[in-house]
Design a protein around this ligand. Structure first.
Ligand code: BGC
Length: 755
């Protein structure tokens, strides 16, 4: 075939992927073309296709860019961070995209809504913004588990539970991809802490790895066909994840059937040839060193041409084969899109906030409250996201005090003046001040000490007190027990003094937790009337807080991680965030920096989060799955049925309270025949529609057998459904069971299934 005809055929192919009824299907054409293109590419071109163009050549604002080869019509692919929205720093002078991105609520907030439809819509909203600037692939969602409350990137992840993570992650991928933009599951796998992340070896046994850490990825790969998967910085059982062929080729590609692109995390791994031979398709962000190293490895025979070709093929397939949804979504008017996304960010934030305490039903705020005293720096400088690559540079943020004034609440003038003088003078609306957000937040200062006299004067000017406690997480470092999990002396005495003074006057005290993950509540919760977790709630957070506080919206978020009483009680606290294994430095990037190697052994195996708490019967501050509403729900008619491919758990839910609201139904199960499994695990869930008072709804939670399977490592059976009597629990949290039923499941002892 001549170059000219090849180019024509490529162009025909590019056109044909947009049409539906060709005599030859696009995949026929693609496979034919790919071979042809491959055989005509030079070695240098192949090497360029599997390495990104590098920071210096990426268009400003894009996170990564792949190589184009014009003579074959192979286009660039533009990659853009996620997962909270699109990360483009529009404040840079030479940035010329027109869109000003929406900072949606962080991942934990979305998952806390337990609402797959809502998460789909947020994904769609993010995808539409990405399409406006012609990005091809979003670098999100994050599918790692919140193994430990101090994990630095917990805010970018969904939950401590893999099934919830996999299902919410699938909805996000489906939403993003519904408008033709690809999604990337990251970070594959076991990026559950950040300290020394590129030299950190995670040691975990196969069964735990499969049943917990890989399970969410497996669900999302199988249910949503993401365009890409990104490997992690850490090593897994001694091997860099990007150089691990068992992980990438055997498990992800062969067992799960993943057929998209596997890319490395930015500058991760130490050996490009090993990455390509392990099954990586794209080394990101790519550098001339990477290219030289691949070339050398080809010459020395360390890397074979067919291994390189295999990687090139996947990149070509993605670059030449847009998602089918690309042609059906037409760019909408930008102003409308941003307006819709603003409302969506608010709805999503309100749906994910979790009401932990409402003593004496002080919430929603009653009509006699018009002036509020806002304590805590976070009321004025509210945190809407964490630092790092996930931080979205939005044009504004609604702080909690602004939410209050949008609802016409006044504030104590004295307190306002004190805080104005105390807080740094940075622009409270800008979230782009810190170079995309990898550094420290200049607004982050300690809480002010208030004297009882001051609080007394402030109390006279207000009908209620709101105290916001905040914690800022970020990529590249973990939180600490002392500074983040624990409540500081100043914070505790602020909560105690404000509570005493206000409650003496029968005025409510509400704590807002503007935090990414659980903190200690045991020592102070009883002082206050109500606790609302606003999380890092995105740019509309202040409005959403008042949607909940005023009762405009009934809270319906439930926790996606357990809130322990004491950090040290957790088994995952052991050895966190890693212990040094040798004083000898090891390379952490190809041709780059060195660090001391560290390791974390996941000795607790599956005893993570509520599994840990249920197994060892620890008491917990707030259990996994917990959340209060302004109404009550009752469950009746629970019925469990075994179907050919799944188990169906049906029930009737009735709103027995006085206001409308949506319930979150969680289904847990345990194989009661097994001596070694003593605790129930989440297997399915469903958020109901909004039910009016006295209204009932029939709800069915469908649980595919896949979610009930265990990974049998001892007999080499792989994934299998064991025969036994399974007890199914319909619940409002891992510890609030409403009804249960036992059924016999036939099981599957073929011992041949895998994947
Ligand atoms: C992060 C990734 C991110 C990438 C590109 C890395 O530091 O771990 O999550 O997508 O940078 O910004």
């Amino acid at each position: 075939m001549t170059m000219k005809t090849l180019r024509q055929l490529t162009i025909v192919t590019l056109l044909c992927v947009f049409c539906n009824n060709n005599a030859k299907t696009s995949s026929d054409l693609m496979s034919y073309d790919l071979k042809e293109i491959l055989s005509n590419l030079s070695v240098q071109e192949k090497i360029e296709l599997v390495t990104g163009v590098g920071y210096e050549y990426s268009p400003k604002g894009m996170t990564g860019y792949t190589t184009s080869i014009e003579r074959f019509g192979i286009p660039h692919m533009a990659l853009l961070d996620g997962p909270q929205g699109i990360r483009i720093d529009w404040s840079k002078k030479d940035f010329n995209y027109s869109i000003r991105p929406t900072a949606f609520p962080t991942a934990t907030v979305l998952a806390s809504s337990w609402d797959e439809n809502l998460v789909f819509k947020v994904g769609e909203g993010i995808g539409k913004e990405a399409r406006h600037i012609y990005a091809d692939i979003i670098l999100g969602p994050g599918i790692n588990l919140q193994r430990n409350p101090l994990g630095g990137r917990n805010f970018e992840y969904y939950s401590e539970d893999p099934i919830l993570t996999g299902r919410i992650g699938s909805s996000m991928v489906q939403g993003i991809q519904s408008v033709g933009v690809g999604a990337t599951l990251k970070h594959f796998v076991a990026n559950n802490s950040e300290t020394n992340r590129a030299a950190l070896n995670i040691i975990v046994d196969e069964k735990t790895l499969r049943e917990l850490y890989l399970r969410g990825f497996k669900i999302a790969v199988q249910d949503s066909q993401p365009r890409a998967v990104m490997t992690a910085y850490n090593l897994l059982n001694g091997v860099h994840t990007s150089q691990d062929s068992k992980l990438i080729t055997q498990i992800l590609k062969k067992e799960w059937g993943f057929d998209g692109i596997v890319m490395t995390d930015w500058k991760s791994g130490t050996d490009p040839a090993k990455q390509i031979s392990a099954g990586v398709n794209l080394i990101m962000p790519g550098s001339s060193n990477d290219r030289a190293s691949i070339k050398k490895s080809l010459q020395s025979g360390k890397l074979r041409m067919e291994q390189l070709d295999r990687s090139v093929k996947e990149v070509l397939r993605a670059a030449l084969n847009p998602l089918p949804t690309l042609s059906s979504y037409k760019l909408s008017n930008k102003e409308n899109l941003l307006k819709n996304n603003r409302s969506l960010a608010r709805v999503a934030a309100a749906n994910g906030m979790v009401l932990l305490r409402n003593k004496g039903k002080k919430l929603p705020l009653k009509g006699n409250i018009s002036e509020i005293a806002f304590f805590g720096n976070g009321s004025y400088h509210s945190l809407i996201s964490g630092l790092g690559s996930g931080r979205v540079c939005s044009t504004y943020r609604v702080n909690i005090i602004e939410g209050a004034s949008n609802f016409s609440y006044g504030q104590s003038k004295l307190l306002e003046e004190i805080m104005r003088n105390y807080l740094p003078k940075s622009n409270p609306h800008s979230v782009c001040d810190y170079g995309g957000g990898f550094g420290q937040d200049p607004e982050l200062i300690d809480e002010r000490n208030f004297s009882e006299k001051e609080i007394g004067l402030i109390e006279r000017q207000s009908d209620a007190a709101i105290i916001t406690l905040r914690r800022l997480p970020g990529e590249g470092k973990d939180l600490s027990e002392e500074d983040h999990f624990e409540v500081s002396q100043t914070e505790r005495s602020l909560v105690r003094s404000v509570s005493e003074i206000y409650r003496n006057k029968k005025k409510p005290v509400i704590v807002i937790l503007n935090v990414p993950a659980p903190i200690e509540t045991e020592s102070w919760a009883d002082f206050v009337d109500a606790i609302l977790v606003s999380w890092l709630g995105g740019q509309e957070m202040g409005n959403a807080v008042f949607d909940i506080l005023t009762g405009k919206q009934n809270p319906s978020g439930h926790l996606t991680a357990s809130w322990p009483k004491k950090y040290s009680e957790l088994q995952s606290a052991h050895g966190f965030p890693g212990i040094v294994t040798s004083e000898k430095l090891i390379p952490i990037f190809a041709g780059g920096d060195m660090a001391k190697p560290t390791k974390i052994e996941y000795l607790e195996q599956d005893a993570v989060g509520y599994r840990d708490i249920l197994q060892s019967q620890k008491s917990v501050a707030y259990p996994f799955g917990f959340g209060l509403h302004y109404t009550e729900f009752e469950l009746s008619n629970m019925n469990v049925k075994q179907r050919p491919h799944n188990v169906e758990v049906s029930m009737t839910i009735t709103n027995t309270g006085e206001v409308s609201g949506a319930d979150v139904i969680q289904v847990y199960s345990v194989n009661s025949d097994k001596d070694d499994v003593k605790y129930r695990e989440l297997k399915g869930f469903r958020k109901t529609d909004i039910l009016s008072p006295k209204q009932s709804a029939d709800v069915t939670v469908t649980i595919p057998y896949r979610e009930l399977e265990i990974f049998d490592n001892d007999n080499g059976c792989g994934w299998m459904l064991e025969q036994g009597s399974y007890q199914f629990f319909a619940a409002h949290s891992s510890q609030h069971i409403m009804s249960s039923q036992i059924i016999e499941l036939k099981g599957d002892h073929s011992c041949e299934k895998n994947g």
